[in-house]
Design a protein around this ligand. Sequence first.
Ligand code: PMV
Length: 301
Amino acid sequence: MAFGHGKVILLGEHSVVYGRPALAASLGKGVRARAERAEQDRLEVEPWAVSVTPAEASDEPLARAFGEVLAMYEERPKLHVRAAVELPGGAGLGCSAALGVAVLRALDETLVVDRDREALVEASMTWERVFHGNPSGVDNAMAAGAGMAIFRRGEPLEAVHVAEPVHLVIGHSGAPGSTKTTVAEVRRQHEREPERVERIFDGIASLVRNARLAVEAADWPGLGKLMDLNQALLSSLMVSTNELEEMCGAAREAGALGAKLTGGGGGGCMIALVDDDETAERVRDTLAEVGSDAFVVRAGA
Ligand code: PMV
């Protein structure tokens, strides 16, 4: 069974689109997929109950992405791909990239195509562009499975040595977040006020560098403070929402060491850093109440 990992961005979303580093971790949850010969090309995605035939010119993103990916294979039989998604979609957890990587891996397995990791990530960018327009590539790199890493656009991933897995609670606000929309919003601000926005990106880049050191030293209070600062800078880019702010505040009050949105924002998920099981449970219960859902993960192992 082919697999694509979900991911969390610990720090650095949005500025990563403009060449700054991001600190990200692959999740154990993701997308599983299997391909088999069939009479017709088809992609089925559960539990969404979605079934599409490939169409490169379609308005339906999934049909278009599937069509573009299939077009990369010369001379092949018709294929039926079944995918099972374990992540909320449109939530900042890299669901579309995980699906793209899982589908490509399933096709490669069935067609006996040998592709190294870098080529897989590159091929999955074709898929991701259908959903996000101008993706940095961080989701795709992490979907291929990378533990914890520093990602910088166009550069190889830098593995981060994690002293211990990072203990996080992921809270879903219940509102869908459109990464395409928030990335476009940041672009508008960057065009209008390049100096202000570049300063914010530089600020985030220095938080990311310090966060890497904090993770390597297992300095969780330090990492939590850096996450809070990153959240303040993301709010100033107007990609946060009232719900996400409320959830971050509630998580801190319940004992989290730091909290911020993760991924595109404008809805979707936030993450809270915790340092023991009891706090993790309390924060999870609080976030499930304030938002729509919450679960505990250990990321970056
Ligand atoms: O919302 P997600 O999971 O696709 O994460 C997006 C991360 C951004 O930095 C906002 C966009 C990107 O392409 O890196």
